[in-house]
Design a protein around this ligand. Structure first.
Ligand code: SF4
Length: 374
């Protein structure tokens, strides 16, 4: 791990590292390895950036799951956005999506060819654009987990209040807890504990993972994003594994409450309903997405353009699906650094600032020894 400039933080990191080594050693004497999956792209990046993976004992494995919403969205979504741009829409998107490959081209390429595709930092920019050009359809690419869905729905709420009628959402919202259920049900994936996302949990609450701990006996720890937060969470997970317990620990109490954010959950429930949606590499997971309620269909881009998102075409050698399930690490994809790199991404995991392949490319290009892959 990179050094801490603050001696107090360095001391805390040393103490936590020592505790982790000791707990892992106790498990090792019983022949146990512990495979921890993080389902949050910000954790993926934080782990890679800090070099944490290399600091951990050999029987402790950190693996990345489907924690990047852009990565789990299929190429057909990009194709649909491109089609809407062709039909005269102004497309507004967060920057993460601009170079994610569709079946043939990405949004940046379409923009270079004259498509009106704008990158924004806030969904409010889409509302402003819609108000400035009321005769023109403006489509906001509404991709994200619960954390991102909240401000987008907040923006839609304001648009309705303002009487805006030319703003549409192309929704691909995803929810984390149903994805955990799908991962646990896959017999080819071994998960001994979940490092639960901090941002998402601020909305849905730490209690949202109780079913995992209580019915599956898999420890869950909600963590923040500093290296110390992650070390603390790992120590908490190992403590549960040593004692044979399985519960939800909230190590991010400065942000996350057990019940989440009631006000935001209420606002989202007013506009959105659970939907069965497709996750790249995993398939359709029941109630794992959020779609606009039927009464808000006039703001649904698919309905407005009478166009349904199709699966699209994935490069035959792309192994993003396997990476997203934690079945392989990025260097195990035959395209990693050989045809697929950030300047020429083949799969979304190499594009997104939260993508596992991008994290490994930038911070961990060599990877961990073979025997650490679990
Ligand atoms: S290296 Fe590229 S193609 Fe391979 S899994 Fe990663 S993003 Fe997908």
């Amino acid at each position: 791990m990179k050094g801490f400039s603050d001696p107090a933080l360095a001391g805390a990191a040393r103490r936590l590292s020592a505790a982790i080594q000791e707990l892992a050693a106790r498990l090792a004497t019983q022949g146990k390895t512990v495979r921890i999956m993080e389902v949050c792209g910000t954790h993926t990046m934080a782990i890679a950036r800090s070099g944490l993976r290399h600091l951990l004992p050999a029987n402790l494995l950190l693996t990345s799951g489907p924690g990047c919403p852009v990565c789990v969205t299929g190429p057909g979504y990009i194709d649909a956005a491109l089609e809407m741009a062709d039909r005269g829409a102004c497309i507004v998107t967060f920057g993460d999506l601009i170079r994610v490959p569709g079946s043939k081209i990405h949004l940046a390429e379409a923009r270079a060819r004259g498509g009106d595709i704008r990158v924004c930092y806030s969904p409010m920019e889409a509302l402003r654009l819609a108000q400035e050009a009321p005769d023109r359809p403006v489509v906001f690419l509404a991709i994200g987990f619960e954390t991102t869905a909240a401000p987008i729905i907040g923006m839609l709420d304001l648009a309705l209040q303002a009487g805006v009628k030319n703003l549409f959402l192309l929704t691909a919202f995803k929810c984390v807890p149903p994805a955990l259920t799908a991962l646990i049900a896959d017999p080819e994936i071994r998960i001994d504990a979940f490092l639960c996302p901090g941002h998402v949990s601020a909305i849905i609450g730490a209690d949202a993972y109780r079913f995992v701990a209580e019915t599956q006996r898999i420890p869950c720890v909600v963590a923040g994003f500093e290296p110390l937060d992650i070390l603390l969470a790992i120590e908490g997970i190992l403590t549960q594994r040593v004692s044979g317990e399985a519960r939800v620990d909230n190590q991010y109490q400065r942000v996350v409450r057990p019940e989440g954010n009631h006000k935001i959950k209420q606002l989202m429930a007013r506009y959105l309903i659970p939907a069965d949606v497709d996750w790249r590499g995993i398939g359709v997971i029941p109630s794992s997405g959020l779609a606009l309620r039927p009464e808000f269909r006039p703001y649904d881009a698919e309905a407005h353009f009478d166009l349904e998102v199709q699966p699209g075409r994935i490069h035959p050698d792309c192994q993003c699906g396997e990476v997203l399930k934690g079945k392989i690490t990025p260097p195990e994809c035959r395209l990693f650094r050989r045809g697929c790199h950030p300047d020429h991404p083949i799969g979304p995991c190499m594009v997104s600032s939260e993508g596992t392949c991008a994290a490994w490319f930038h911070y961990d290009p060599i990877g961990i020894p073979e025997n650490r892959h679990g």
